[in-house]
Design a protein around this ligand. Structure first.
Ligand code: HEM
Length: 560
């Protein structure tokens, strides 16, 4: 067998770093490898590697034991754990399997036996709340007992780790930053003008028009519209017109428009973090362990550089310029402002796309024809009413609002709010007291909450249609009650609530109104192999449908 020295020599020759010489004198430089070394490194290696490995194994089993004991601790308090949910990999195996079948959201609410129910997720115990009263209690504790703890930090958070959404409420000037971000998005008139123009452009580009005969994939159209609208609103047209060279999935450099590069990197980061081991141990997703992760790191660097350049040339009246100006006055570091703006840009892409898809899907179902005609009539009446400010009129379109809110209830785009206990605390609910340990993840399951009959009947309306039915009637004349209740929270609630709620709803309304007035006669085709139980639209869903613009335009009932 070759000696250690021979092996080192062989490797040195290969790498070209064998003997380094002082360029001036030509004499050999002292080498970091001592040629007199014998087999002692082996001994050192054993002395270091063996105890380290043994230590790691002990730590691993100590974690498993801790998880087991914590689970028993909660079970003794009456919290039921999901079946076959073993420490570390149990629940993840199941969720990853269901995700592949586009089904995990069902799993989250069909097993809803208690007020809180549990899983073991990776290295932590996770308790889900699905009841309005309990959510209200938890939101009152946000910032003091419970705060954000989201795996998203290791997924799209790699793009903007200092964004306020990943940081504790009492640190990093959270409250001031949230106010400046929310204020920066207040200009509804500008938003309306951008979103409507971009909707018209996208519909024209895809030939979505009564009688055009075109068949289009709705996802593609919405990808284009959301990117153009959100990008222009936040950064301005000339800033987002720039192209960036990023690595595609084959590792080839490709020039893409800024918003496409950002959106694709964001989606790739999310799907990469959803792989099995990355779901078991969140931080793994952010390490450069795989080719895919290194590709994403490269793209993140390019995007970071581009956004920093864009901040040097802010465009007037854009969200970026308003937030930057306000944050500069407050002395907030530029990196934090940059991260808040990047997060705000991506937060409004897939969420809005899913909401529009869900709304259109129900609107184009034959059994909702009556609703389609009622909404179209409402939009036409608003257009004909005196006054030019369509954005003001649209904010008072009760039928369109009820339909969109019901779509958000039925299929909220983000179905979980990821928080964790920041200290031990007691939670009292329906006369029971739960003791929660610091570090336990506390997750509001929005989807399950929106399906909780008991909460809705006691807090909203005892006589409403079952929540498994899609029925916008439940919102008509009750919008205020529902939106302020804790039964309905597609945008979260409390100090962490979504700052883009107003802008998001406006964007969806404008798109639906523009789409319907251009294309009232279209049909929807759901792919044959896409069964009903996987046809749902949230940010993890891959479901889709086509829009067919029929050849024979007919006036709808409402226009006669
Ligand atoms: C229909 C569209 C949208 C939905 C359903 C939605 C939903 C949500 C939800 C559920 C949260 C978590 C709230 C919580 O933890 O309590 C959130 C947070 C957030 N959203 Fe949205 N969102 C939408 C659109 C937007 C838009 C358009 C923007 C920005 C332009 C935006 C920016 C943000 C930001 C920055 C946060 C983090 C807030 C924080 O952690 O304090 N969202 N959103």
């Amino acid at each position: 067998m070759a000696s250690v020295m021979e092996q080192i020599q062989f490797l040195s020759n290969l790498s070209g770093f064998g003997e380094q010489r002082d360029l001036a004198s030509g004499s050999p430089l002292p080498s970091s490898i001592d040629p007199t070394l014998d087999s002692k490194p082996h001994l050192w290696a054993y002395l270091v590697i063996a105890p380290t490995s043994a230590g790691l194994i002990w730590i691993f089993w100590a974690y498993v034991l801790k998880l087991y004991l914590l689970r028993r601790f909660y079970e003794k308090q009456g919290i039921r754990f999901v079946n076959k949910c073993y420490a570390v990999v149990g629940a993840e195996m199941r969720v990853s399997g269901l995700q592949g079948k586009n089904k995990s959201h069902d799993w989250l609410y069909t097993e809803r036996p208690t007020d809180l129910y549990g899983t073991v997720r990776g290295f932590s115990v996770q308790l889900y709340s699905t009841d309005a009263a309990l959510c209200e209690e938890l939101i009152a504790k946000t910032g003091r007992h419970v705060d954000r703890d989201t795996p998203a930090l290791f997924s799209f958070g790699r793009l903007s780790p200092y964004a306020l959404t990943f940081l504790p409420i009492d640190k990093w000037r959270f409250r001031e930053r949230k106010v400046t971000l929310t204020r920066g998005m207040k200009d509804n008139r500008r938003l309306y003008e951008i979103v409507e123009r971009q909707a018209e452009l996208a519909l024209a580009r895809f030939r979505v028009k009564n009688g055009s005969g075109a068949t289009i994939n709705i996802r593609e159209l919405l990808n284009s519209w959301t990117r153009e609208s959100s990008g222009e609103f936040i950064w301005g047209r000339s800033n987002i017109n720039r192209h960036l060279e990023v690595l595609d999935t084959d590792g080839q450099l490709k020039a893409l428009p800024f918003m496409t590069a950002l959106n694709q990197t964001f989606t790739d980061l999310r799907f990469y973090a959803s792989r099995f081991w990355n779901r078991v141990c969140f931080p793994l997703a952010s390490l450069p362990l795989t080719k895919e992760s290194r590709r994403l790191d490269y793209n993140i660097k390019i995007l970071t550089k581009a956004t920093e350049d864009m901040m040097k040339t802010p465009e007037d009246q854009t969200v970026a310029s308003l937030v930057q100006e306000a944050n500069d006055e407050l002395g907030i570091p530029i990196g934090m402002t940059r991260d808040d703006l990047v997060t705000a840009t991506i937060a409004g892409l897939d969420t809005i796309k899913s909401t529009v898809m869900g709304t259109l899907f129900h609107l184009l179902e034959p059994e909702n024809e009556v609703w389609k005609n009622r909404i179209l009539k409402e939009i036409n009446d608003l257009k004909a009413a005196p006054g030019d400010d369509m954005f003001v009129k649209l904010s008072h379109a009760p039928i369109l609002s009820a339909f969109i809110l019901e779509a958000l209830r039925y299929e909220p785009p983000g179905s979980l709010i990821n928080n964790a206990a920041v200290k031990d605390f007691e939670l009292t609910h329906r006369g029971r007291q739960y003791n929660i340990k610091s570090g336990t993840r506390i997750v509001t399951c929005i989807h399950a909450l929106h399906q909780n009959e008991e909460s809705w009947r006691s807090r909203v309306d005892p006589d409403m249609a079952p929540l498994t039915e899609f029925d916008p009637n439940r919102f008509l004349n009750k919008t205020e009650t529902i939106v302020s209740s804790y039964c309905f929270m597609p945008f979260g609630k409390g100090p962490r609530r979504c700052p883009g709620q107003g802008a998001g709803v406006m964007m969806v309304k404008v798109f639906i109104a523009t789409f319907l007035t251009n294309n009232y006669n279209c049909r929807m085709i759901v792919p044959e192999n896409q069964t009903k139980d996987v046809t749902w639209f949230n940010i993890y869903s891959k479901a889709t449908f086509d829009i067919v613009c029929d050849d024979k335009p007919e006036s709808p009932e409402s226009e006669k």
